[in-house]
Design a binder for this molecule. Structure first.
Ligand code: NAG
Ligand code: NAG
Ligand code: NAG
Length: 444
């Protein structure tokens, strides 16, 4: 080899090294662009049309404004210096004040001494909005992970499977989990304050509600349950685009003869439709792209996809304790139900029935029955009209045994029947219990 080829070889090696370094370490810089069009944080990327509380110029822009706040928010860069740092906290004070949110909140904001203020690597974790602890009647706490702006999805859930008129008669409780609104979004904070004032079902952590912060939300769920609802029999975690068959769960709880009744009493329960041998996404185009630094192996351990997981309290506590010591990894379900579950010896129990998209269509077209199979969850990305139609069927099923007079039950029965037999996509999604609705979004 002469000098020149040695030189060339060296240059080649250098170039390769640089390319590798860039691909492994600089990837977060590319991500905001890749993910710019995803509006869902708690759930999948199904883009609903969340209505912002204001009609300002930034409403149509991606909310991942962190990287270039000045471009996205041109109007008020000057007001930032004095106000910005305390923004989120002061907003929550404001909404406390003006909206008389539950008293539990007031004490939260100024760091109560001695309480556990850290959440994984966040040293100053607090709840910006909180709820009273579970009372004795709560047997299942259902946490719906939602993104700040998924107003519409929360509304559909409150009108279907989490309808208070139904839930309040059951041992279930439903709470939505959101994160902080981020910079320049104080109106969203006020909006959430109003939403919570009206429904009393939001818990908000002070980490920014961002895609790569989902793990904080999941660990917050484990923390809240462990500290304020640990006597309950189960914690259910769902995303805000999943239909949960709450009446089916109530039936399981109330019917000792069903095998699921004892299954749900298993103190080691971590129940889901698990994923095996899932390959880590390394492509730059993938929304799930993970760098080698974040996770070095080629495959994930078996884990529960975050859209629907049922936990027993002991499992929650173990996973929470492990999470507090764990290194942060933003793919929350892999970290908690895969890596930490393995670490703590928690095993996944496979969920038998689960409605995929095609099963939902079959159900709504009358080809399948609500209890055949008796499902607890649908797949994610369920449409509002599908949710409403399934709920109508479920309600009909609930009411039939309660109402002894056939005359009084027939109207709802026929309504559900017509929903079931006619073409499902035609179910009007606009016909959502009108009056309360418009006020619930706070736009009136
Ligand atoms: C914060 O900024 C708003 C205007 O954006 C102003 O009205 C308010 O007085 C400021 N508050 C403080 C504490 O500077
Ligand atoms: C996650 O939350 C933390 C704490 O609020 C924040 O500093 C960070 O920027 C957030 N991450 C993303 C990707 O937004
Ligand atoms: C909307 O719902 C009401 C009952 O809540 C019903 O009377 C009306 O016919 C429905 N409208 C449509 C278009 O389905």
């Amino acid at each position: 080899m002469d000098k020149r080829s040695v030189c060339l070889l060296l240059i080649c090696i250098n170039v390769c090294l640089v390319i590798w370094l860039v691909s492994v370490q600089q990837s977060p810089m590319l991500d905001p662009e890749i993910m710019a069009d995803f509006s869902g944080t708690g759930a999948s990327g199904l883009s609903s049309t969340p209505q912002p509380p204001q009609s300002s110029a930034n409403s149509g822009l991606p909310r991942r404004s962190r990287s270039r706040p000045n471009q996205i928010q041109p109007p008020s860069p000057s007001s930032s210096s004095t106000n910005d740092s305390s923004q989120v906290v002061s907003n929550s004070f404001d909404s406390n004040h003006l909206l008389a949110t539950p008293p539990a909140m007031a004490s939260q904001t100024p760091a109560p001494p001695g309480s556990s203020m850290h959440l994984m690597d966040l040293p100053n974790f607090v709840y910006l909005m909180d709820q009273p602890a579970c009372d004795k009647n709560v047997r299942v706490l259902i946490f719906v992970h939602s993104a700040v702006r998924n107003v519409e999805k929360r509304r559909i859930i409150r009108e279907t499977w989490a309808d208070r008129k139904y839930i309040d008669q059951t041992p279930l409780r439903v709470i939505f989990l959101v994160g902080g609104v981020g910079e320049n979004s104080e109106r969203w904070q006020q909006f959430l304050g109003r939403e919570n004032h009206q429904h009393g079902d939001l818990i908000q952590g002070n980490f920014e509600d961002a895609y790569r912060n989902m793990t904080y939300k999941h660990v917050m769920a484990l923390k809240w349950f462990s500290e304020k609802c640990a006597h309950a029999q189960l914690l259910v975690k769902v995303d805000d685009d999943v239909f949960m068959n709450t009446p089916q769960l109530v039936k399981y709880l109330a019917t000792p003869s069903l095998p699921e009744h004892s299954l749900l009493q298993d103190p080691e329960l971590m129940l889901c439709r698990s994923v095996h041998h899932s390959r880590v996404k390394r492509s730059y185009r993938s929304k799930w792209r993970v760098t080698y630094k974040e996770y070095p192996h080629r495959y994930y351990p078996e884990y529960c996809p975050g859209m629907a997981i049922v936990y027993a309290p002991d499992v929650v506590r173990r996973l929470y304790e492990a999470a507090q010591k764990a290194q942060y990894f933003w793919v929350d379900d892999v970290l908690i139900t895969g890596i930490l579950a393995e670490e703590t010896g928690s095993r996944i129990t496979p969920l038998k029935y689960y409605l995929e998209q095609k099963d939902v269509r079959q159900l709504l077209s009358g080809e399948a029955d609500l209890e055949d199979p008796p499902f607890l969850f649908t797949n994610h990305a369920i449409r509002p009209d599908e949710s409403m139609a399934i709920w109508q069927m479920a309600l009909d099923r609930i009411q039939r045994p309660l109402l002894t007079h056939p005359a009084s039950s027939s109207p709802s029965a026929s309504a559900a029947a017509s929903l079931a037999s006619k073409s499902p996509p035609a179910v009007p999604s606009a016909n959502i219990s009108e009056a309360q609705t418009s006020s619930s979004t706070g736009f009136s």
